[in-house]
Ligand binder design. Structure first.
Ligand code: NI
Ligand code: MN
Length: 219
């Protein structure tokens, strides 16, 4: 499985299915690709409805026929506005999708315009990836580590709107993922951050892989 960082909190995950998470491409100064470069997708997962996460989600679904997955209210809103195929769900729930893919929503401590923000746990091809969305730190991350063995955690470190490096390192301690990729930093001046500080604070408990936008890793 190939996981590629598209800048900010956007990722492309290619396994038995092609999945985009929080695909903020248009207007993202760090995005290595644009909407035109996205040619096929099966699923688009959205953590919450802030524009830097919802981004091009509906447009990708429209052009590829992918299914949009998010909290119920956001899914209904997008289905009505964009006429796309959606799966609405809610925090604490999981859904089984074609190809043996399972998507679970968990809480995220943040704000949004419609519905509560969420984190996304994606199970595909025997791997478990946790995209934390935008969130503050919460102790139940330790509980998630009892429910899942995370192969990869995608963790916001930008501070101001989400956890900064110190809290993000504590999140990693709770989650115990095999690999961690920091996200949601350096997109804009207000979330400038040195990922090396995060790497130091994690201190070898998990393997931190700092990806420049466009780079990826193999799972
Ligand atoms: Ni947000
Ligand atoms: Mn955000």
């Amino acid at each position: 499985m190939r996981v590629r960082y598209l800048g900010h909190s956007a990722f492309e995950i290619r396994g038995s299915r092609t999945v985009y998470v929080d695909p903020f491409l248009t207007g993202n100064p760090k995005a290595p690709i644009g909407l035109d470069d996205v040619r096929e997708a099966d699923l688009v997962l959205v953590s919450h409805d802030h524009e830097d996460h919802l981004g091009d989600a509906a447009a990708i679904c429209k052009k590829t026929g992918a299914t949009f997955v998010s909290t119920y209210e956001i899914a209904c809103d997008q289905a009505a506005k964009a006429g796309i195929s959606v799966e609405g769900m809610n925090i604490g729930g999981g859904i089984d999708l074609p190809g043996g893919v399972r998507v679970n929503l968990v809480q995220a401590f943040h704000t949004s315009s419609i519905a509560d923000p969420a984190g996304i746990v994606l199970e595909m091809d025997g791997k478990v990836i946790y995209h934390l969305g935008d969130t503050g730190l919460f102790g139940d991350m330790a509980l998630f580590a009892q429910l899942w063995s995370f192969d990869l955690a995608l963790v916001p470190i930008g501070d101001r709107f989400t956890m900064g490096p110190r809290m993000a390192a504590k999140a990693v301690e709770f989650l115990r993922p095999k690999k961690v990729v920091p996200m949601h930093y350096d997109t804009f001046p207000v979330i400038r951050q040195d990922p090396k500080r995060f790497v130091e604070l994690v201190g070898g408990r998990s393997q931190v892989v700092v990806l420049a936008p466009g780079q990826g890793l193999e799972l």
